[in-house]
Ligand binder design. Structure first.
Ligand code: TRP
Length: 334
């Protein structure tokens, strides 16, 4: 265990997790927990950067996300699950890193830029939100993570983290900090049910791991396909068709899917038939997760104890790094 490489990721607790999370990083985490010493963080501090006025929402969703983790099979015996705010060393490290990043550089982070626009934060941009990539650099480095399983929208965060690592090691003449590498899934990002490039809670186009069967079916039936495919006999487009994107990702019967694509392109295959198939395929993925989630959610006290244990273990590791960091920065007075 001790000499396995370290992996770290996290999610903001602003809602329960959806299929975008599943494809984007949960599946990779299930693999990594077999080969790596893995840490999974519930990023409540980061969630607060744009939800600071509704702390109760963040608080509730910490448990929801923990239920999701345990339901998909993140195993606390293999993966350490912890809460960001419980590790004060992350906040300490963030303060040190803020000196190493210019405002200009922060304003150029494409993920943050897109979020500012999407959430309409232009005229009420807080220092906390603009600087969250610095705090994320602290998340990744306090544990010396080498691998970070995330969706491709997080690549700019890893890039910015590694810049900070190099600057820190150069200025303080040390090799305490370790550069990290993103682990991006085969399908870079799962589109939303409306065909938008990204699935997101705030976009209202998400299928949740906790969705009941009827909700799942309804969402699939409303999915974006080819807007020009009006009659069944019409030829249809497969590219940009969300239903086919999902079938490619979730339906293991690859040859059948290729036949369906050919049929759809030629004409004579209706959307409803495809959507029925997709509903069945997704139900197979979600049903066991949903069922396990119900069982887990019956014992929140147990889940909290899992989180507490994870935080205690993580804090010990964090302090080891911080001793080295403070020494490198000449802050080791006593
Ligand atoms: N920014 C990530 C997201 O929005 C969440 C996150 C916070 C994270 N800290 C992290 C991901 C550290 C990976 C590593 O999903």
């Amino acid at each position: 265990m001790a000499n396995k490489p370290i992996a770290l990721t996290g999610d903001r607790p602003t809602g329960s997790l959806h299929l975008g999370h599943y494809v984007g990083s949960l599946k990779n985490r299930l693999l990594l927990q077999e080969t790596h010493q893995q840490y999974v963080m519930i990023a409540d501090v980061q969630a607060l950067t744009d939800n600071f006025e509704t702390p109760e929402k963040v608080r509730e969703n910490v448990l929801e996300v923990a239920y999701d983790y345990l339901a998909v099979g993140i195993d606390p015996a293999k993966t350490t699950i912890f809460i960001q705010s419980a590790i004060p060393q992350i906040a300490e490290l963030t303060i040190f890193y803020l000196n190493l990043v210019t405002i200009n550089r922060l304003q150029r982070n494409p993920t943050v830029k897109a979020e500012i626009q999407q959430k309409g934060l232009e005229h009420k941009l807080t220092a906390g939100f603009l600087c969250y990539p610095v705090s994320q650099a602290a998340d990744i480095t306090f544990i010396k993570a080498k691998v970070v399983p995330v969706g491709e929208d997080q690549l700019p965060m890893i890039e910015q983290t590694n810049e900070i690592v190099r600057t820190f090691n150069r200025i303080y003449k040390t090799d305490v900090l370790v550069e990290a590498q993103a682990l991006i899934p085969k399908m870079a990002r799962l589109p939303g049910t409306d065909g938008q490039a990204k699935m997101g809670k705030s976009l209202g186009n998400a299928i949740y791991l906790s969705d009941p069967t009827d909700v799942l079916a309804k969402k699939v039936m409303s999915m974006y396909t080819d807007p020009d495919h009006l009659k069944i006999i019409d030829p249809g487009k497969v590219e940009g068709n969300t239903v086919f994107a999902y079938l490619d990702e979730f339906d293991p019967r690859v040859e059948e899917i290729e036949e369906l694509k050919a049929h759809y392109r030629k004409g004579g295959l209706g959307d409803v038939a495809l959507k029925k198939r997709l509903t069945e395929v997704l139900e197979k993925v979600i049903a066991p997760i949903r069922q396990k989630r119900v069982e887990i959610a019956q014992d929140p006290v147990h889940v909290l104890s899992v989180l507490k244990e994870g935080c205690e273990k993580t804090m010990l590791e964090a302090e080891k790094t911080m001793v080295q960091v403070r020494q490198a920065m000449k802050l080791d007075y006593f």
